[in-house]
Design a protein around this ligand. Structure first.
Ligand SMILES: *Cc1c(COP(=O)(O)O)cnc(C)c1O
Length: 357
């Protein structure tokens, strides 16, 4: 068995999808699988979710990898394409495109292939990253109407900047900018990311676009996925590779960043920043060794971390530790690293094998 591995639970993915469908029963689901499915493995996740209505990716290469694996559902390129070569490749792979700025419209106006794209016109309602502004919307919509060949379908989307804020004021302001633009169109609409799916049902519309929640993780600070009816799909596990006794006053690891205040039993675990653990996980960050909580001590190094297991039943080389997952919420570990769970999950590196189970 591998020293470190990420176990991916397909049943949890499907249960989370079902939970999201229950919350938004009238909406189709675009499962967002960018960044290697938030570290969970792009193809494996897509294969585990045969019932989703579409997949959303950020990069053309991600879409091509899904098609190469035999994934047949619609795939949406969330940032669209940027030149004629990419447009042709998108057609070859039957991809749907987000259109968020006028050069992308101009590119589509040059398209003379027989493939008819499904297009998602993106409106900027306050995020100020991608999308046409309200004043530009009617013109962009008109240009899509007259494309030749005609698009297979036209949809309208926007992205919410602050749906995880419980008071919802920013989301309401974004809705107020979005809805007047689209009220007379017959087009299907999409707004909701994971946070909005839970926080505001008025954002659900025709298509929801969950990412994080699909993986069982809460988008809300201070609340775990389990409180939302979700199950974590990834359990990151590793192995104890050494156990040593450290005398009071001795230091552990690079720069001696931790000093033993008492005689201490230290377990060395095979997990480091080479596996994607963030160095901002410092002294005191939680780890489960043999299912019991123990604090990380000293710096995260490339291949190892040290954990104070003095207060645990005896720990031996070969024992198992959970860095996050079923029994230790990644939300809590992220808080200890002063970041968000998205960053921890996406950071899991290529050398960590993904296993089913
Ligand atoms: C990443 C992304 C999502 C998913 O966001 P989560 O917070 O992970 O649910 C939805 N829509 C767009 C456009 C995205 O880029």
């Amino acid at each position: 068995m591998r020293l470190i591995r990420a176990r991916i639970d397909g049943g949890a993915l499907r249960s989370n999808l079902q939970r999201l469908r229950q919350l938004a029963p009238a909406s189709k689901v675009m499962a967002v699988v960018k960044a290697n499915a938030y570290g969970h493995g792009l193809v494996g996740v897509a294969l585990a979710l045969p019932d989703v209505d579409a997949f959303g990716v950020a990069r053309l290469e991600e879409a091509v990898a899904l098609r190469a694996a035999g994934i047949n559902q619609p795939i949406v390129l969330l940032e669209g394409v940027f030149n004629a070569e990419q447009l042709a490749e998108a057609a070859r792979h039957r991809l749907e495109l987000v259109v968020h700025e006028s050069e992308q419209l101009a590119l589509l106006e040059t398209w003379r292939g027989s493939f008819r794209f499904t297009l998602w016109l993106k409106v900027d309602t306050g995020m100020n990253r991608l999308g046409f502004r309200a004043a530009e919307f009617a013109n962009a919509w008109q240009r899509l109407q007259v494309l030749q060949p005609a698009p297979a379908a036209l949809r309208v989307m926007t992205h919410l900047s602050s749906a995880d804020e419980r008071d919802g004021a920013v989301t309401r302001a974004q809705l107020q900018r979005f809805l007047p633009l689209v009220k007379d169109l017959q087009a299907p609409l999409s707004m909701a990311n994971s946070a909005a799916i839970f926080a505001d049902a008025t954002t659900h519309r025709d298509w929801i676009r969950p990412g994080l929640a699909l993986y069982g993780i809460s988008p809300f600070a201070g609340q775990n996925g389990s409180a939302l009816g979700l199950q974590p799909a990834m359990t990151l596990e590793t192995t104890v590779i050494a156990v040593r006794q450290v005398a009071a006053g001795e230091r552990v690891g690079y720069a001696g960043a931790w000093q033993a205040a008492r005689p201490t039993q230290v377990a060395i675990l095979a997990a480091g920043y080479g596996d994607g653990l963030l160095r901002s996980l410092g002294n005191g960050a939680p780890v489960l060794v043999n299912g019991r909580r123990a604090p990380l001590v000293g710096r995260v190094s490339m291949d190892m971390i040290a954990v104070d297991v003095t207060d645990l039943p005896p720990v031996a080389v070969g024992d198992t530790a959970e860095l996050w997952g079923r029994r230790l919420a990644v939300e809590e570990v992220a808080a200890a690293a002063q970041t968000i769970p998205y960053e921890l999950l996406c950071a899991v590196s290529q050398r960590v094998p993904l296993e089913e189970g």
